[in-house]
Structure formats: C-alpha cells, structure tokens
Design a protein around this ligand. Structure first.
Ligand SMILES: Cc1ncc(COP(=O)(O)O)c(C=O)c1O
Length: 389
C-alpha cells in the first residue's frame, strides 16, 4: 500500500512547474524517456517470501497489486499532492469514488455531516439516498453559512463544502468555514473541482481534505473519468483504505492521461478564465439573456469574495435558456475540458431532484450551464450570437 509524500525538491516551485515536473522520476543520462511511462501491470513481483511478509506487516512500501498502488498512479498522486500543497494524495476511478471514499473514511454510523445545500447533484444524491440507510445524518447550510452554528451537535463529525458550486457558482467563505470546523473539531472536506489548485488552495487555509473530479480541469480533455483526494498522510491513509475496500482505484491508462492533462493545466485554466470573462460580458449585455451567474461579473452576489479568496474565477458560467441552436458549443454533460460545452443541469447533474431541491440548489428548468473551453473567444461569441438570435 503506497501513500506517497510530496517530493521535497519541488516544494517551492511554482504551480505550472509542479504540474509538469512533480512526481516524475529523475530524467537524465542516456536513453531516458522524458514522457511519463505507463505501468500497465496489475501485479508486482517480490524477491522472497520474507519481503512479502514485511509488506504484509507494513514494514516495506513495495507495490503488490494495482488496486493498492502502482508506479503510474504514484506519479499522478505526487503531482496532485504537490499542486494542492498536501502531504499525500490518492487517485481514484472517478470524482464520486474520491468523494465517497473521503466521506466514508471520516464517518461512522450515528455521525452527522453538515454540508452546503448547493452541491454537485451526484454528491447531493449520495448524501440524500445512501447516507440515511447507513445511519448518517446530513444537515444542510446555505453557501453563506448563515445559521451554521445552530446545526452543530455533539454527533457532527464532518463539514463538507463545494466552492464554487455546480452549477450556480455560489462561493463559500473558506476562512469562515474553517473557523467553524476547527471550533467544533470537525473533519473539513472541500470539493475543489471548479477552482482547481491553480485558483484556490484550501489545504493552506486549514482544510483537512480536498477532493476532485479529475475528469474535469485536472484531466482537461474530456477523455477520462477520474478522481483524487489530497490531504495529510493520516487522512490519505484512510482514503486509500476505503479505495482498497470499495474498489474505486484508478486504471493506469487513465492515470497516464490525467498526468498528461495536468501538465498543461496552468495555461489551460488561465486562458479559460479569460475566455469565460469575455463570454460572460457578452451574455450579460445580451437582451435575450435573463441572468448570468459568473463570479467574475460585478452583478454576481459573490464577486467580492471571489476576488478575495480565488486567484481567478474559473471558466464555468450559468445563464437562463437556449441550447439546441449552438453549433460550436457541444451539448454535453461534464466541464473543464478544452471543448466548450453547454448543458441543462435539470437533465444532467441535477436530474432526479424535486422542485424544492432544485430551488435550494438555485437551478431552474431554464438554467444553462456553460463550460468555456479553449477555442477562440470570438468564435464562441459568434456561436452564441447566432444561437440567441
Ligand atoms: C463539482 C463536482 N464534483 C464531483 C463530480 C463527480 O465527478 P465524476 O463524474 O468524475 O465522478 C462532478 C461531476 O460533474 C462535479 O462537477
């Protein structure tokens, strides 16, 4: 079982350097490949039964079987740990595998979770549909955290937040969330998918665990389903145990694509922020658009907070209506890739939710979620113009 540590040599490098070099083996000398190798093997040899016995007793950290760890997964894990400023990271088969492993690693029957009401629909449904049967109670708080003190009980174990939220891009004040979690001795978990470590590093503010749908900006090319958790060694050991028990381990092929994707995350996210701002400004001025949700706009209720706690505002926006007429934007679920996508959350991330639940999530039947990609901003605007006309 391998829960690797952040390589010391990279600790002070910038995020773009870390994204490219952290976790990679030393590369110099003759005939050394520069690109990351994929280790496809499911199992690994030992030189003696004594060595195997030592592995079983936790005395060596050898690879034994890919569900427990694998050299390609280790590269991805060290890269993510370095980017998030974590001691360690665990990569998983999906974002939901990371979220469920992190939550179940921290919770037991009888425990309570406080979570923001606005969450990715899959996380919301996990808490709504499975947790009650496991004897875990979920209490919800608005992204403003108003009234959160009244929700804490002696059984509260976890504070779970997502910021910015999917799809309405509301923000949680990270400092206030951490102050509450510390006061009540809670395990704090944050979904950092929308921000990425390029725009927000919650562990530095005191969060215990960060989780990601690495399917999105980390991978960045709409070609993998992947997840990750990052945090202290103690918490990552717990998450890894859950991944080993529940089987949510990452495939080495997906790890390779994730690693390759992460190498360009710095420039991708920066350019996507620029494109998103251009698109948001266009949409906000368009007479046929009722409302644009984008924290980069002054009209967004969390604009000031976004400027304070994020290094940029990301490339997700939501607005009300249209969809069948776009030509360059693709009508598809997911986000964070190089291609621009549009989707109706009521038929995707927030399907199977009641009217009241949708209202609480800030989603209306006409809400369109837009993931702004890396095409030329003028082409994106031209497409929106023709679709809206
Ligand atoms: C914010 C957020 N968290 C988690 C997930 C789930 O990730 P995955 O689909 O990789 O399991 C998603 C998926 O859309 C998401 O948007």
């Amino acid at each position: 079982m391998k829960t690797t540590s952040r390589p010391k040599a990279h600790q002070k490098a910038g995020a773009r350097t870390l994204a490219i070099h952290a976790g990679e083996p030393k590369r110099h000398g003759v005939n050394v490949g520069v690109g990351t190798s994929i280790c496809r093997s499911s199992t690994f040899t030992f030189s003696s039964t004594q060595e195997m016995k030592e592995w079983a007793e936790g005395k060596n950290q050898a690879y034994i079987y890919t569900r427990y760890g694998n050299p390609t997964l280790t590269v991805a894990e060290e890269k993510i740990a370095a980017l998030e400023g974590a001691d360690a990271a665990v990569v998983t088969s999906s974002g939901m595998a990371a979220i469920s492993s992190a939550l179940l690693g921290a919770l037991q029957q009888g425990d309570e979770v406080i979570s923001t009401a606005q969450l990715y629909g899959g996380t919301y449904r996990l808490m709504r549909d499975l947790f009650p049967d496991m004897g875990i109670t979920v209490r919800q708080v608005a992204t403003s955290l108003e009234g959160i003190e009244t929700l804490a009980t002696p059984h509260t174990k976890v504070l779970y937040v997502e910021t910015p939220t999917n799809p309405t891009l509301r923000l949680v004040n990270l400092k206030n969330a951490i102050a509450f979690a510390k006061k009540h001795n809670l395990v704090s978990i944050i979904d950092n998918t929308f921000a990425t470590p390029m725009l927000q590093k919650p562990l530095e503010l005191g969060f215990d665990m960060v989780v990601h749908s690495a399917t999105k900006y980390l991978g960045g090319h709409s070609d993998i389903i992947a997840g990750a958790a990052a945090g202290s060694r103690k918490w990552m050991d717990r998450v890894r145990h859950m991944v080993i028990y529940l089987g949510g381990s990452m495939d080495p092929g997906a790890a390779f694509l994730l690693i390759r994707g992460m190498k360009t995350m710095g420039v991708r996210v920066a350019q996507q922020c620029v494109n998103a701002m251009t698109v948001a400004n266009f949409l906000e001025r368009h007479p046929k658009v009722a409302r644009v949700h984008y924290p980069g706009l002054k009209s967004h209720p969390d604009h000031a907070l976004a400027r304070k706690q994020m290094k940029g505002v990301g490339s997700m926006l939501a607005f009300r209506r249209f969809c069948d007429r776009v030509q360059l934007f693709l009508l598809a679920a997911s986000l964070g890739g190089v291609e621009s996508l549009v989707v109706l959350p009521v038929y995707s991330s927030h399907y199977r939710m009641s009217k009241q639940e949708l209202e609480a999530a800030g989603v209306t039947p006409g809400t369109v979620r837009v993931s702004v990609g890396l095409e030329d901003a003028e082409d994106l605007i031209a497409d929106l113009k023709q679709a809206l006309s």
